[in-house]
Design a protein around this ligand. Sequence first.
Ligand code: BG6
Length: 468
Amino acid sequence: MRDNFLWGGATAANQCEGAWDRDGRGPSLVDMIPHGPNRLPIMLGQMDYRSLPQDSYFPAREAIGFYDHYQEDIALFAEMGFKAYRFSISWSRIFPTGEEKEPNEAGLAFYEKLIDQLLAHQIEPIVTICHFDLPLSLIERYGSWRSRHLIDCYLRYCETLFRRFKGKVRYWITFNEINMLLHLPFMGAGLLFEEGENPLQVKYQAAHHELVASSLATKLAHEIDSENQVGCMLAAGSVYPYSCKPEDVFEALQKDRESYFFTDIQVRGAYPSYAKKFFEKEGVELAMEVNDEAILRDYTVDFISLSYYNSRCVSTEAHEEGGGNVFASAKNPYLTYSQWGWPLDPLGFRTTLNALYDRYQKPLFVVENGLGVRDQLEEDGSIQDDDRIAYLESHIAAMLAAIEEDGVDILGYTAWGCIDLISATSGEMSKRYGFIHVDKDDTGQGSLKRSRKKSFDWYKDFLKKMSI
Ligand code: BG6
């Protein structure tokens, strides 16, 4: 295991900051994603947010008030012994419409204070540049990432961050769960579909623009500071064949490739041959510029970051559906399931880490892992979150086995939602991941008071042991 292994926690601006209209911030796509039955059609890009009822509740707009509480929250992270904290920057706090000539100083100043506070606690900042978050104006004016113009806007934003935080931030992640663009196109990449469009064409064209943007951002980051380390980020989780029937095995391979498509390009630097054949079959024709292939080839990432919540399972025969993030999956009879129907599979984590390392031989970084559960507040105010502790213990043990027994090179581990925040898929507060409880409910009511759960002390003790 690396000496400087980065243990810590992770959050994202869109799920914790709130303050959606403060200090010059412009509206962002996530501010338009409501709680309730319209959430899924909006996230899928099947429903236009402009047609939502007036009284819709948008949880990201206030979230957990991290914008005002960040000092107290970082002090709690430091108390647990974090060596790293992964957070994202809200693009529209820096460029409110995405196209201003000058960045919004108040936005930069907020992140500067946040980063300085982390450094004062010897916590390494890990910055996600774009986590389900982009200025709404870029969606309304250009149709989001379907337009090549977004590459220029993104690069201006990146350059602003790389210059301002030079020497303070070393680890950058270009796009959170880049493969989510295929599954939740509006939430992942601001895509709304028009009638008669081939959604695959739109999605892969947008993906191409993000991939080129990611490569050019990597180039820029290295030019501005040779110490910068840039990573891609994948919603990972190996796909199992339901049976050893060859058709099931082949289907699992195909499903894995749906995700590997992104890392194959970001790590190996070229469109894989299976993707070219898939595009031919589906009538997808990508508009590319003459230098695009060279850009993808020349500016590959330094590390592969990933989220792991569960494995998946596919069957080519009639089967019962099982849940798990937003990926369709057959129910795996060998696993138990969380309160939200996500499979619990620590060994699947070890399998996933090995599969990625075998494929790419590049350092991995686990930047999300955790269990979303309903917490029970006891009469004395405590929260005995043993389920969460058991999940984290078993998954960390699986990761340590991948490192110690299988030789997988991993840079660090940041537990997802180290403080309770808004769930991305459900928009609920009650789906909690944190070591720190936040008093707020699904309708937005609560004092926002922070308190330590049992898992807070467990993680603190664990990190203490790991640092000896
Ligand atoms: C990942 C995202 O997909 O999973 C996070 O990067 C998200 O933003 C996390 O919160 C857990 O999903 P959920 O839906 O339980 O919040």
